[in-house]
Design a protein around this ligand. Structure first.
Ligand SMILES: Cc1ncc(COP(=O)(O)O)c(C=O)c1O
Length: 451
């Protein structure tokens, strides 16, 4: 039986896919494109705010802008009172230009450029300082207002992480801030953990609360912590994922390409998004009696978050048109190679020795076409001259043999997939982004280009 990984059903997406609009857009735009659903982004943002409120925790959500370059999401942050996590001057400019206030920005990323530090400080953004030499550069800034900083802590549970200030450096940074007096506002601590472990986050968050108490003794403000992002996204149902992980083997892929389970993002997560935040807040940090939420309240510490992927869950997909189909190894257990009008540079996972696994959905140009005798298995290739340019190495079980002109929709690609690695290789234009809204009065989806 073919291994399938269908994305979770989504009524908004179904409405769009049955509306005929995507075929119109593919025709009008003349190449691949991404569609964005800001309504889903707003739902996710509201869920994060509710998780904070339900736990009785004062907190702020900062959307990790790196996860998608579209303007519409940062617009919605400004409209909904959320902040942004930015890591470059370009991202800072975009966030300010779309109405997020400087004081609602957190500046992350290691060894930030002098220009970024200067502009961030001028706009009152909160700078997560990653190293002692960076702190020196911040302290040397001559600005009308003292720069606001967090000290980013090296995570002991991930000793190989290159980010954050380790033991001795952290103490030195706290002393330097205390000695700098009014030249800096040291507002607390931050970390970013890789992976999705709830307990690890709760444990380190509680350590950061303790650090705040220690820093206050030195006369520092220290009233907030940032626990970064890393709230999982649940792309596919549990049973499909379990079966896939147990059974996948090289013969399931074009050219017998082998992937190990550890190569893949965990496309199924039982606890994801805002529920993962609720779980972190409810968890009992090691060595303490109460929950993390209680600890934050007792210590008067505000919680800052920087989710990227989780805010973009179901908020966009990537649409390609089939440009060619050929059969392969027809005499053996054959399969097809479907070539689309874009490249795998529009699906970032392919560039990390991995594969974006949720099944692409085939939208047939001929809606009345009957299904074939069984699934047609095919990998999906890009329209470039690179042999390794495959959007999907896996032989997908399509309900029928795709035809030239059909659409392939890669679901849920807004978080990091659609544009982090995009490139105009071969002089191919970058796929435009189309914002889709569902006005209540017409019932029909409406579109505009993201600017
Ligand atoms: C400092 C920081 N904040 C936030 C994020 C966003 O993480 P995610 O998209 O998994 O929520 C990252 C991702 O690497 C990060 O490095």
């Amino acid at each position: 039986m073919a291994l399938t990984l269908p994305a979770h059903a989504d009524p908004l997406v179904d409405r769009l896919h049955t509306s005929g609009l995507l075929a119109e857009l593919a025709h009008g735009l003349g190449g691949p494109f991404h569609y964005l659903l800001p309504q889903a982004f707003e739902t996710n943002l509201a869920a994060f705010h509710s998780a904070l409120a339900d736990a009785g925790v004062e907190g702020r959500v900062h959307y990790a802008k790196k996860a998608n370059k579209a303007a519409v999401f940062i617009d919605r942050c400004a409209a909904q009172g959320a902040g942004a996590d930015i890591a470059s001057l370009g991202e800072l400019r975009e966030a300010l230009g779309h109405g997020v206030r400087g004081e609602d920005l957190v500046v992350t990323g290691p060894a930030k450029s002098d220009a970024l530090l200067r502009v961030a400080a001028r706009h009152g953004a909160l700078i997560a300082v990653d190293a002692l030499d960076e702190l020196d550069r911040v302290l040397a800034l001559r600005q009308p207002r003292p720069p606001r900083v967090l000290l980013r802590v090296h995570p002991p549970a991930q000793p190989r992480s290159r980010f954050g200030l380790g033991g001795g450096d952290l103490d030195a940074a706290m002393r330097e801030c205390a000695e700098a007096g009014d030249r800096v506002r040291m507002e607390g601590f931050s970390f970013h953990l890789s992976g999705y472990d709830v307990q690890q986050r709760a444990d380190l968050a509680a350590d950061l609360v303790d650090l705040c108490l220690k820093a206050r003794v030195l006369g520092l403000q220290a009233d907030r912590i940032s626990i970064g992002g890393g709230f999982a996204v649940d792309y596919v149902p549990a049973d499909a994922w379990q079966r896939f992980i147990e059974q996948q083997r090289p013969a399931d892929y074009h050219a017998d390409k082998a992937f190990a389970e550890r190569d893949f993002y965990p496309y199924h997560s039982p606890v994801a998004g805002a529920d993962a935040l609720a779980a972190v807040l409810a968890a009992r940090p090691a060595g303490t009696d109460g929950s993390l939420a209680q600890r934050l309240r007792q210590a008067g510490v505000m919680l800052l978050l920087e989710p990227g992927r989780a805010l973009l869950d179901r908020a966009g997909s990537s649409v390609f048109t089939v440009q060619g189909v050929k059969d392969r190894d027809r005499d053996r257990d054959g399969y097809g190679i479907v070539t689309v009008d874009g490249t795998s540079l529009s699906l970032s996972e392919q560039w990390f020795n991995s594969e974006y696994l949720p099944d692409p959905r085939l939208l047939s140009a001929d809606a009345g076409r009957p299904d074939g005798p069984g699934p047609y298995r095919a990998c999906v290739a890009g329209a470039s001259c690179l042999d390794s340019d495959l959007l999907t190495w896996r032989k997908i079980a399509f309900p029928v043999r795709p035809r030239v002109g059909d659409l392939l929709v890669y679901p849920n690609t807004a978080g990091y997939q659609m544009d982090s690695n995009e490139s105009p290789f071969h002089e191919l234009p970058l796929p435009p982004k189309v914002v889709i809204d569902f006005p209540e009065d017409t019932g029909r989806p409406r579109w505009r280009l993201d600017r």
